[in-house]
Design a protein around this ligand. Structure first.
Ligand code: FAD
Length: 390
């Protein structure tokens, strides 16, 4: 691609970040006939610290025909409370989560976007955005500048675009994760089953997500207690027989949940996925939020790119904000209620899940994508429990 295409060309839509949010936004905008550039800092495929667990809602939000390898299909969950009171529950409806590696998933999503006409420019870091008349100037590392009628910031949880837009977060957590090769005997033990352990720090938990001969295992806790979180990870890995091997990856990453009143747009720029702080406050599930907000942002970016009048621009911005608030932020709000209960009373939540069959059936149907967290809490018993124990 000639350099002048980037320096002089006015793109309809420039998307920053080739994760699930950015690749989806770019594909959706290109499918509407827009001229789209997807800019990614890393070389694609790139490693991403993530469990790679796709809940039903995320699976349903993937484009059809996506060629991504599923390494395990989960139909049972073992829950423990700080390593005790373990109980394995089978799904009532078969496979719930699908396990993938994020480099595979995101590379496949990038390919589908490129097949839809998106121009992909990896190894390019966005350094700053400048609002100009009728366009946004995207400054990239090395001094280049890219012009766009609309920008979608999907550059993850440490987003530069999010800072430009003014996204603020009310919950920031530190997640530590390893990927380890397991013996064939242990791989058999984990196959089809994931583990969720409610941890010793308030609001913390640990997980083991199996992927054939590799397990992804990690812990998450509120930021600001790094040493205690590391100690929890060491203990967690030791107890689950995952500590005696050199990990293929041993990484940490912050997860951020947005403040509901903070902006999602600024001028001709929108934010989606982790860049917008869209993430489930309890489970820290973020792939479904990234895919869904990416699709909404892609549609809104088309409206912004084609806006003839300031009112058209405003309509697209408000449409995006309204859609995110009514669906995704509503889910986050409901999940925050569960998180509040879980932080104060993890034992109550563990007992409800493992000893009250209707509770597990409802959570199971959420994992499978058949219901949402707001719907799950919309019973008299759930409302009473939240009120009593939070
Ligand atoms: C340890 C851990 C485990 C998790 N496990 C799960 C799970 O099992 N299931 C689940 O649903 N969610 C999980 N999540 C959350 C999930 O990983 C995120 O919510 C999801 O990746 C968000 O996607 P995204 O597209 O918004 O951002 P990302 O996937 O982070 O993609 C952002 C992209 O932007 C690029 N970028 C960043 N800065 C720039 C820049 N300045 N210029 C250009 N490009 C840039 C990055 O290289 C990256 O490719 C987990 C998170 C963590 C930390």
């Amino acid at each position: 691609m000639a350099a002048e295409r980037f320096d002089g060309h006015l793109w309809d839509v420039v998307v920053v970040g080739a994760g699930p949010a950015g690749t989806t936004a770019a594909r959706v905008a290109a499918a509407s006939g827009c001229d789209v550039l997807l800019v990614e800092r890393a070389a694609v495929p790139r490693y991403k610290t993530c469990g790679g667990g796709l809940i039903g809602c995320a699976q349903a939000s993937l484009p059809p025909g996506l060629g991504v390898t599923v390494h395990d299909e989960i139909d049972a969950v073992t829950f423990t409370l700080r390593g005790r009171r373990a109980r394995t529950l089978d799904s009532t409806a078969g496979v719930r989560l699908k396990m993938v590696f994020r480099d595979d998933l995101d590379a496949a999503l990038t390919k589908v976007a490129a097949d839809a006409g998106v121009v992909v420019r990896d190894r390019t870091t966005v350094a700053a955005l400048e609002d100009a008349a009728g366009e946004v100037v995207v400054r990239v590392g090395g001094g280049g500048r890219i012009r766009a009628r609309a920008v979608v910031g999907a550059d993850g949880s440490a987003s530069r675009v999010g800072r430009h837009v003014g996204v603020r977060c009310e919950q920031v957590d530190l997640a530590l994760e390893v990927e380890v090769v397991v013996e064939p005997r242990d791989a058999g033990k984990w196959r089809g089953r994931m583990l969720m352990e409610w941890g010793p720090l308030p609001g913390s938990f640990g997980w083991v997500f199996p992927k054939g001969d590799i397990c992804t295992a990690g812990v998450v806790a509120a930021r600001g207690q790094g040493e205690a979180t590391k100690a929890y990870l060491r203990d967690f890995l030791r107890r689950h027989g995952l500590a005696d091997r050199t990990p293929l990856h041993d990484t940490g990453h912050l997860t951020r949940c947005r403040r509901p009143d903070s902006p999602l747009t600024r001028g001709r720029t929108l934010v989606a996925g982790d860049a917008a702080g869209l993430c489930d406050p309890w489970s820290r599930e973020g792939i479904s939020f990234a895919l869904r907000s990416g699709a909404l942002a892609g549609e809104a970016a088309v409206g912004i790119a084609r806006a003839q009048h300031p009112e058209d621009l405003e309509r697209s911005r408000l449409g995006y904000t309204g859609a995110v608030r009514s669906v995704l932020e509503a889910e986050m709000l409901a999940s925050r209620q569960v998180m509040n209960l879980f932080t104060r009373r993890p034992g109550v939540l563990h007992t409800a899940l493992t000893a009250v069959p209707p509770v597990w059936r409802r959570v199971d149907s959420y994992l499978g994508g058949d219901t949402t967290i707001p719907a799950l809490l919309d019973t008299r018993a759930a409302r009473a429990a939240i009120k009593l124990f939070s």
